[in-house]
Design a protein around this ligand. Sequence first.
Ligand SMILES: Cc1cc2nc3c(=O)[nH]c(=O)nc-3n(C[C@H](O)[C@H](O)[C@H](O)COP(=O)(O)OP(=O)(O)OC[C@H]3O[C@@H](n4cnc5c(N)ncnc54)[C@H](O)[C@@H]3O)c2cc1C
Length: 477
Amino acid sequence: MEWDYDVIIVGGGGAGLAAALMAHQQGARCMVIEADGRLGGATAQSGGVFYACGTSVQRAAGIADDTPDDLYDYLMTLNRWKLRPDLIRYYADHCGPALEWLIELGSEFPKEWLVKSGVDSVARGHSSQGAGSGIADALINAAGAKGIDTALGTRVEALLFEDGRVVGVRALGTELRAPVVVVTTGGFGNNPEMLQRLYPSSWHEGWTWAVHKDVPFVQGDGITLAEQVGAGVVGHDTGLVLPTSGFSRSLEAFLPPWIIAVNKEGRRFMSELSPYSVCGYLLNEQTERRAWAIFDEKALVEASTNTKYLDPYNAGISIPTWEEPTLRAQVKTGRVKVADSLQALAAQVGIDGLALEETVARYNADCDAGGDFQFFKQAPAYFPIRQGPYYAVEIRSAIIGLTAAGLDIDKQARVLDVHQRPIPGLYAAGEVLGCFHGERYGGGGLSIGNAVVFGRLAGIEAGRAALALRAQDEVVA
Ligand SMILES: Cc1cc2nc3c(=O)[nH]c(=O)nc-3n(C[C@H](O)[C@H](O)[C@H](O)COP(=O)(O)OP(=O)(O)OC[C@H]3O[C@@H](n4cnc5c(N)ncnc54)[C@H](O)[C@@H]3O)c2cc1C
C-alpha cells in the first residue's frame, strides 16, 4: 500500500511533539498536523510545572531518596486505588527519565524552583524556566532540528478507517495516509457541550471557563475523531476545577487567606489556603456546589490591598478579584453582598445565620489566640471578622484546570474500543486520555508529565508498529 508517512500525529502540543520525536527516533517518517497557527498547544501556555521523582534536579536540591515506588504509592493512595495501576506504574518509572530527556533537549528546571505541588510530602513539582514555553520550545526546536514535517493551521476532520484499521486522516478536504495515527489533541475545556457531557460537575451555567481559553482548538476533537471509529470514552466527570468569584476570566488558583469560606449550612469546610489540587473539589462537594467568602470591613481595607496577603505563596501572582477596588465595584453590581450584621448577611445569601455566627465566633477566638485551630490555615496573619459592615462573595469551582475524561489506552498507548480491544493503527497520549488521572488530581505538573511521558510511549510504540508494517509490505512487494 502507498503511504504518505509512517506515523501521523494529530495535535502539536507537548504529547504530540514528544510522540513525533520518539517515532522519528525509531526511524519512522512523521508528520505533525496542528490546527492552530503555531505549535505548542496548552503545553506552551502552561505554568510549565512537571511532576517527577528521582531526578537530578531533586538530587541537586538535596532530595536523594524519592523513588518511583513512593510516587506510585502516593498517587494510588490519593485516589483510593481507583487508578489504572499499569499506567501509574509506567508513569512512576518513566517520569524521571522523561524530565532528564527534556533537560537534554534544553529545558531548564532550577533546583530552587522545586515545589511541593500536590498533597504529598516530597517536592516533585519541577518548574520550568520560561514556564510552559520553556518545555514546548525545547520540543519544537528538537522537532525542527530533526526535520520532522509539520502542517500548521490544519484541523483534522476525520480519521480514515478501512478494513477495520485506521489508515490516515482527512484535513482541509485532503486525505493523508499512514498506517499509524497518534491522537494528541489535548483536552476539551473550551467545548461547553462536551464539558456538560463528560465533565458535568465542572459545569456552572454562566460561570465555567477553562484556563485553556487562549488555546482555541482545545475542543476535544481527538475524542470525537476516535469515537467515530469505535473508541471507548472513560474517566467520566474527572479533571481539575479551581475556585472563582466569577467576576472575570482571570485565573484565581487560590483563595485569599483573610476570608473564611462557609457553605450553605454556615460552616467552614476546609482551610481556605488548601492546595489547589484539593480546594476546588472540596468546594464543589458542598450543598448546591457553592460557598461564600465572608470577611469584614477591616479585612477589606487592610488586607485586600496588601500584597503580603494577596500573594501568600510569594509566587508573584496578583489576583485582581480580591483587591478592594474590584470588591467595592462588585458591591454596586450586587455580586458582593454587604450587611451590617452577620444575620442580615446570611439572610441575603440564603445561608444558616445562627450557624454563621457560631462559625465566626469560633474563628475569631482562634484568630485572637494566633492561629486557626480548626482547619490549620497557615495564614501570614489572621483577620477576625467583627467590624461591620460584613461582606459575602459567592464562590464556585468553575475554572477548568484540565479535563481528564477521554480515550482509553493499553500499556502500549493503543486506543481501546468500547469492548477494550485495541483499534488497529490508532494511538493516543496526553490530555485527550481519560484513563490516567483519577477523582483527585495528584499535583501540579502531572498533566504536562502525562503529556510527555505518554507522548514518548505513544511515539515509541507507534514508530515500531509502523516500521513493522512497512517491513511486511516490503516482503509482500
Ligand atoms: C494556563 C495553563 C496552565 C497550566 N499549567 C500547568 C502546569 O504548570 N503543569 C501541568 O502539568 N499542567 C498544566 N496545565 C495543563 C497542561 O498544560 C496540559 O494538560 C498539557 O500541556 C496537555 O498537553 P497535550 O499535548 O495533551 O495537549 P496540548 O498541549 O493542548 O496540545 C494539543 C494540540 O492539539 C491541537 N489540536 C486540537 N484539535 C486538533 C485537530 N482536530 N487537528 C489538529 N490539531 C488539533 C491543539 O491546537 C493543540 O496545539 C496548564 C494548562 C493551561 C492552559
